[in-house]
Design a protein around this ligand. Structure first.
Ligand code: ATP
Ligand code: MG
Length: 726
């Protein structure tokens, strides 16, 4: 993500079409100037592919060669689409559609459904898993949780490869996939799943594309109408196009060839869903007259990060690897990547949070830091650790910002105030724009200081705070701006879905990080089993995991930390091994022989938590004795649903004390102690520093700062109350 400074949030729009080209190198410029016919850009991470295509569109629009409404730019995640809309707007080409395949298709489907089919479009199913479980039950097939996930994945794969249930067994035999169960059974569940969907009048994610394709194939009048509207197509991250998306793209194009695709075969990370880099790599065969451009200058990352990325790819195999391009960093040197081994997962999370705090203290904005993991379930322990370290973070994608209720309500209030103008008693003409905005938003619950606690109230406050910051940046960039100007700006941003950056550390899965960049990136949980993930079994699947790690490494501009933990929970068996992909790259992991430019550099550190907990053996529930694995449960030292023996009165007193502290420090309450930590304290009622320190979430820093007070509150309860003595 780009930094939320006013210079990047409100950069000057280039004055002329030619000025748009000034920001490009010669090869990127070649892309921007090739406005007709097929164009293919094959290039590695950070070489400016997305930049080249956004500038290409903007140049075409600004030079009057492209009609904004005739261009459709497609990419793969909502976040990337939002980013693209933002960049286009900054270049003065805000009217161009930039969408995901899915949202572009959904829009067309909603529009043409009444004409093509009649009635209203069936409801869109948010998640398939429950329906797949129902279908399996109807077929009298028992699936455990993992099988359910795998079978759902198979159904998705079958649909995007346009395989009907009856053909599934043959199709899977022909592919390189390994079916998670008897293919005949999966075919049966798939057929039942389709039946249930019809019975319940719902459609799924893939149906949106399938139905759009169906309508475009069958209804030439509708296809013509869409083709008249869109003349130019641009696809980012083309290496991840599925056969179904490709089919849709072909139908959009018809017999025309104004198509520009950009991609990096080494970043193919969705082939498990049927995506294939073949379309990218075979583009020239399919379009013999295509302009093909290769970019190798890496503008994003330091030579140190690029060296690691090149080294990682030098070990890759398969078709994508044959086409890899060696990246050449254009940046000044930076720090070596850091490799850190931790004893257990909570220690890894705490160590990471500490490093993040240090980076922030050294001047790296929180919004420029990301923690990336393989699966979403890994986020919890990092959420806890960051909260414990007093570091703000965000999990949600920024693209929905303007859809949040509090933001919509704030928009209405600001619009009302702008309309009322000087007549509004809230608005003092003498006050500057940010002050006016703060005054209006204070009626919606905004306060100078963040509220105590985390959760919904805090989220709401963060949204309003982001609006206040946006107003401040806007006023700095345009000192003469009025409240009406700001409202117009917000409307435009909402239309472009370009949200202001929420200033927190980003927690995201590697898949969700695609196309984005940060100054500092922490790649965590890099153990065998997680990277590559256990269910990557075939060579192809393992190669895809390696590419996923490559995507992670190349998100970093300057600081890169790679870490793993030897056991899951404190005191557990240290039976984990660092990811095989780091072999030959991290120091002390043996040489690879022909590593090329990717030899080991940097150093392996041995991380520790702020304090070791002195636990022997795995963490167990105090109530039922089960081994604990979830971060929250480990904090409480019991399963979350086991009965609590918490002293409610003590808990309340600790909460009051915490609110007081938070107010004094001007920090959210969770930065003092999280609810879970307070609960653990109220359950265990520590009497000594040592006992208090053994509670997760009470690090050395917090022990020094708050230990005496917390123990005093606990002692007040233990040592008998005043009432007893009266
Ligand atoms: P990915 O493969 O990760 O999607 P990409 O090839 O799309 O990467 P971009 O995101 O377009 O790369 O660019 C990476 C970074 O380098 C961005 O911050 C971009 O602004 C910057 N950059 C690209 N080209 C140039 C250039 N010619 N001059 C200055 N900065 C550039
Ligand atoms: Mg990109």
């Amino acid at each position: 993500m780009t930094a939320a400074t006013h210079s990047t949030l409100f950069p000057q729009v280039p004055e002329t079409a030619d000025a748009v080209l000034d920001g490009l190198d010669p090869e990127q410029r070649e892309v921007a100037l090739a406005l007709n016919g097929p164009v293919c850009v094959l290039a590695g991470a950070g070489t400016g592919k997305t930049r080249a295509i956004t500038h290409r569109i903007a140049y075409g629009v600004r030079a009057g060669i492209l009609q904004p409404a005739s261009v459709l730019a497609v990419t793969f995640t909502n976040r990337a689409a939002g980013e693209m809309r933002g960049r286009l707007r900054q270049l003065g080409a805000g009217g161009v559609q930039a969408r995901t395949f899915h949202s572009a298709a959904l829009r067309q489907l909603q529009f043409f459904w009444p004409k093509a089919v009649g009635g209203e479009l069936p409801r869109l199913l948010e998640r398939k898993v429950q329906l797949v479980a129902d279908a399996a039950a109807r077929c009298r097939i028992r699936l455990d949780r993992n099988e359910l996930r795998d079978v759902t994945g198979e159904i998705e794969w079958a649909k995007v490869t346009q395989t009907v249930p009856a053909d599934y067994p043959a199709a899977v035999a022909k592919s390189v996939r390994e079916a998670p169960r008897d293919p005949a059974e999966i075919g049966q569940i798939y057929a039942m799943y389709e039946q249930l969907k019809r019975d319940r009048s719902v459609i799924d994610f893939e149906d949106v594309l399938l139905l759009t394709v169906g309508i475009l194939q069958d209804r030439h009048d509708i296809a013509d109408q869409i083709r008249r509207q869109y003349q130019h197509f641009v696809v980012d991250e083309y290496q991840d196009v599925s056969p179904l998306q490709q089919r849709l793209l072909d139908l959009w194009l018809g017999d025309r060839d104004n198509l520009c695709v950009v991609g990096d075969a080494s970043q193919t990370i969705y082939s498990f869903t049927g995506a294939t880099p073949d379309h990218l790599l075979n583009f020239r065969t399919r379009h013999p007259g295509a302009t093909v451009v290769k970019l190798v200058r890496d503008y994003r990352s330091t030579p140190q990060v690029v060296h690691l990325a090149n080294g990682l790819l030098s070990q890759a195999h398969g078709r994508a690897a044959e086409h890899r391009l060696e990246l050449i960093s254009q940046r000044d040197p930076g720090p070596e990547p850091v490799y850190t081994e931790y004893a257990d997962e909570p220690a890894e999370a705490e160590g990471t949070a500490r490093r993040i705090r240090d980076l922030i203290a050294a001047g790296v904005p929180a919004g420029e830091i990301a923690v990336l993991y393989r699966i979403n379930a890994q986020s919890e322990v990092y959420e806890q650790a960051l909260a414990d370290a007093g570091v703000p973070y965000q999990l949600r994608g920024a693209e929905r910002f303007f859809e949040r209720q509090e933001v919509r309500e704030a928009g209405i209030a600001l619009r009302g105030a702008a309309r009322a103008g000087a007549n509004d008693s809230l608005l003092d003409d003498a006050e500057d724009l940010p002050a006016q905005v703060r005054a209006v938003l204070s009626t919606k619950g905004w306060t100078t200081r963040p509220p105590a606690g985390s959760g919904a109230v805090r989220d709401r406050w963060e949204s309003l705070a982001a609006l206040v910051r946006l107003a401040e940046d806007f006023a700095r960039a345009k000192p003469e701006a009025t409240l009406s100007d700001l409202v117009a700006e917000l409307d435009e941003r909402a239309a472009a879905q370009h949200a202001p950056t929420v200033q927190g550390v980003t927690l995201a899965s590697l898949h969700a990080a695609k196309g984005l960049e940060w100054d500092a990136v922490f790649l965590v949980g890099l153990t065998e089993g997680m990277m590559p993930i256990t269910y990557a079994k075939t060579d192809e699947q393992v190669e895809e995991e390696r590419r996923l790690l490559y995507v992670g490494v190349t998100r970093s501009r300057v600081h890169l930390t790679l870490s793993w933990a030897l056991s899951r929970s404190p005191g557990g068996r240290a039976n984990r091994r660092p990811s095989r992909f780091l072999k030959g790259l991290r120091p002390g992991s043996g040489s690879l022989g022909a590593v090329g430019s990717g030899g080991a550099s940097g150093s392996v550190e041995r991380g520790s938590g702020p304090r070791r907990r002195g636990l022997r053996g795995p963490a167990r529930c105090r109530v039922c004795g089960t081994t604990l694995t979830e971060a929250g449960a480990m904090k409480l030292m019991r399963c979350e649903d086991c009965p609590s023996d918490m002293d409610e009165g003590l808990y309340e007193r600790l909460r009051d004390w915490r609110s007081e502290q938070a107010r004094e420090l001007g920090q959210p309450a969770y930065c003092v102690f999280t609810d879970k930590t307070l609960m653990a304290i109220a359950e265990r009622v520590p009497a000594t520093d040592g006992e208090l320190a053994s509670i997760s979430g009470v690090g050395v820093r917090k022990l020094d700062r708050f230990g005496a007070e917390v123990l005093a509150i606990c002692a007040g309860e233990e040592g008998g109350t005043d009432e007893d003595e009266v």
